[in-house]
Design a protein around this ligand. Structure first.
Ligand SMILES: *Cc1c(COP(=O)(O)O)cnc(C)c1O
Length: 360
């Protein structure tokens, strides 16, 4: 069986080494006589797995001591509610930068519990850029300031993190966590669904600064209170054990390759190669302003729906799959997360060149 190059935006490709290791340990995890899936989450084996996963993530992201690392469920989408429920603790106001579908969903959840000030938006140009921010316009007594660091659907990325002073900055990093070096101390909360750059769906990571824990709104359900999970070390209820185990294997893989610094270097090389090709092509073009282009999700179009769909079909026949763009942008999207080898991007560019030559 030949594995394909899978450009899916999520759930996304995982490192082959990790899948092989998991396959090897599937029936009998380290002489326990059972798979990790079948194990009590209170067992010594699993406690070691989750402990090691936290240790590795802390090491990879250089997470300071005063931050908690939580292994949760409910997807990034649950964080859209969990963030306001836990952070609307004084003025019940937040600032939000609107950059696409995911901030729209975050916005509509937050609005249920307090006042959301849309500080800036890139909706006027179909979210093809990150808006400029004027510090003077920030709400000084906001309980938090919300951004999505990498917009999976539109392929935009913040090249600079806003300076929000004393107001805690919250970022949805579902599609860019571990892809480039991030200074965690600039944020109050970072969260990410695992299925883009970490592991299987079902696991959600939240990195929460200690002083933001313990002041949740009265109505907050127990499971939506960060304090519940801090106090119980992510074991208040059964965590998504197998997903945590696979995340641990991915963290080991990233560490062994040289850590986030090395990921960033390779990711930049992959992205630069693809954008360079797009910028020089007579057929394909990027949909995103140069300064704000994502390293992870690369939408592109030919300008003709017919050509787009022919390209997607022919690419799939070459083992380059899931290149269809999101319906709100159209065309194609290549998601080139950490686990997409440079070789996969090279193959994609070669195929695009060939397709262009044959069709113009
Ligand atoms: C995929 C994605 C989500 C949604 O994640 P779920 O785990 O499906 O809830 C939210 N935000 C961003 C940036 C994403 O890429």
């Amino acid at each position: 069986m030949a594995r394909v190059y899978n450009f899916s935006a999520g759930p996304a490709t995982l490192p082959e080494e990790v899948l092989k290791k998991a396959a090897n340990e599937m029936l009998d995890y380290r002489n326990s006589g059972m798979s990790v899936m079948e194990m009590s989450h209170r067992s010594k084996e699993f406690e070691d797995i989750i402990g090691e996963a936290e240790f590795l993530l802390r090491e990879l992201m250089k997470i300071p001591e005063n931050y908690h690392v939580l292994f949760l469920q409910g997807g990034a989408s649950s964080q859209f509610a969990m963030v306001p429920l836990n952070l609307f603790r004084k003025s019940k106001k937040c600032d939000l930068v609107h950059t696409g579908n995911w901030t729209k969903k975050a916005l509509s959840e937050a609005k249920r519990y307090g006042t959301v000030n849309i500080l800036a938006s890139s909706e006027d140009k179909n979210f093809s850029y990150i808006p400029e921010l004027d510090k003077q316009s920030f709400t000084s007594d906001a309980d938090y300031f919300y951004i999505c660091s990498n917009n999976t659907i539109y392929g935009t990325r913040y090249s600079e993190i806003p300076d929000t002073g004393d107001v805690p900055l919250v970022s949805d990093m579902s599609s860019c966590i571990l892809s480039e070096i991030m200074d965690v101390s600039r944020f109050g909360i970072i969260f990410a669904g695992a299925q883009k750059n970490i592991g299987p769906a079902g696991l959600t990571i939240a990195i929460v600064r200690d002083d933001l824990v313990g002041q949740a709104m009265e109505i907050t359900p127990t499971m939506f209170n960060y304090k519940t999970h801090v106090d119980n070390k992510s074991m208040f209820n059964t965590p998504p054990t197998y997903s945590v185990y696979l995340a641990k294997l991915v963290f080991e893989y990233v560490r062994d390759l040289g850590g986030v610094e090395e990921m960033e270097k390779v990711n930049k090389e992959k992205a630069v190669a693809l954008y360079n090709f797009l910028d020089n092509s007579g057929m394909f073009s990027s949909t995103v302003e140069e300064k704000h282009r994502s390293l992870m999700n690369v939408p592109f179009v030919t300008g003709s729906d017919e050509t787009d769909s022919r390209f997607i079909n022919e690419a799939a026949q070459q083992g380059l799959v899931t290149l269809k763009g999101h319906r709100s942008v159209g065309g194609m999207r290549a998601s080139i997360y950490n686990a997409m080898p440079a070789e996969g991007v090279k193959k994609l560019i070669e195929f695009m060149k060939k397709f262009e030559l044959e069709n113009s």
